[in-house]
Design a protein around this ligand. Structure first.
Ligand SMILES: NC(=O)c1ccc[n+]([C@@H]2O[C@H](COP(=O)([O-])OP(=O)(O)OC[C@H]3O[C@@H](n4cnc5c(N)ncnc54)[C@H](OP(=O)(O)O)[C@@H]3O)[C@@H](O)[C@H]2O)c1
Length: 258
């Protein structure tokens, strides 16, 4: 496995939640990390905490110009791009009647096309480094949540992209994998339903019994798996569930009595 301290890592959406935990984990291990997102205050706080290991820029992954800036910043800071973690994502939960062309285009641009095109922008450097891309998918591809079709199809596309890109880029030495997180308390769960952070966490925790391991997860537990995929030299095209067994679709005792 590649030593973490040898890696230059880009994390989109690195200013909060899972992306922040990924950035912190790599930086702690001695990697050079570049984080981006749209909110300056979030990025600045993480970067100040991590010190010289971390560079940051405000950048929207849906913008061509911003994607070039992400690559340039990472090359200036890290001298290479060994690992691209395409983590930036938003939830757009809408019932059928509420779908709009703009809303659907927006969620796909944000959750799929941004990461695809950032991979394209970084590709010469990924090839030079024999690097790795890690996409952040979602449990929503394995469990059907009413109202979540727009978000779920975007994450389904991320999984398909992972497999096809792994086949296409493998011969050029670039590995492509994805993690499929389950329920992890972060801002996305707050924004998705206008909940308070406590309400959002309570909603997730109410699902604990549906996990084989009996509990929801943490951002650090997802970051642990991302680090493994970044370093595992013979793993490509994998989509790894990191969800405490939520995707197993366990039937609880309560349900068995029905
Ligand atoms: N938490 C869960 O339960 C869970 C489960 C499965 C999958 N996921 C996935 O995990 C990933 C991270 O989400 P999270 O849970 O950590 O929530 P989060 O804290 O809301 O993180 C999402 C991050 O993406 C950034 N972002 C969103 N759109 C962006 C854009 N267009 N350009 C650049 N950055 C953008 C956000 O920053 P700005 O708003 O400042 O741009 C934010 O830092 C997402 O892909 C999400 O779908 C989460």
């Amino acid at each position: 496995m590649r030593p973490v301290e040898d890696l230059s890592v880009v994390v989109t959406g690195g200013g909060s939640g899972i992306g922040e935990a990924i950035a912190r984990r790599f930086a702690r291990g001695g990697a050079r990390v570049t984080i981006c997102g749209r909110r300056e205050e979030k990025l600045r706080a993480v970067a100040e905490d991590l010190g010289s290991a971390c560079a940051w820029l405000t950048a929207d992954v849906t913008s061509t110009t911003d994607r070039v800036a992400i690559v340039d910043t990472a090359m200036r800071h890290g001298g290479a791009i060994d690992v691209l973690v395409s983590n930036a994502g938003n939830m757009w939960r809408r019932s059928v009647e509420e779908w709009t062309d703009e809303g659907l285009a927006g969620i796909l641009a944000n959750n799929v096309i941004g990461g695809m095109m950032l991979t394209q922008a970084a590709l010469p450097h990924l090839v030079a480094a024999r690097g790795a891309v890690i996409f952040v998918g979602s449990i929503y591809t394995k469990r059907a949540y009413p109202g979540a079709a727009p978000y779920a199809i975007s994450k389904g596309a991320v999984e398909t992209l992972t497999r096809v890109l792994a086949a296409e880029l493998g011969p050029r030495g670039v590995r492509v994998n994805a993690v499929r997180p389950g329920a992890v308390p972060t801002e996305i769960n707050v924004r998705s339903g206008d909940f308070t952070p406590d309400e959002a966490t309570a909603r997730l925790e109410s699902m604990a019994a549906h996990h084989a391991l009996g509990r929801i997860g943490t951002t650090e537990e997802v970051a642990e798996c991302v680090e493994y995929l970044a370093r595992a030299d013979w793993t490509t095209g994998a989509v790894v569930s990191v969800d405490g067994g939520l995707s197993l679709g366990i039937i609880t005792d309560e349900a068995k009595e029905i």
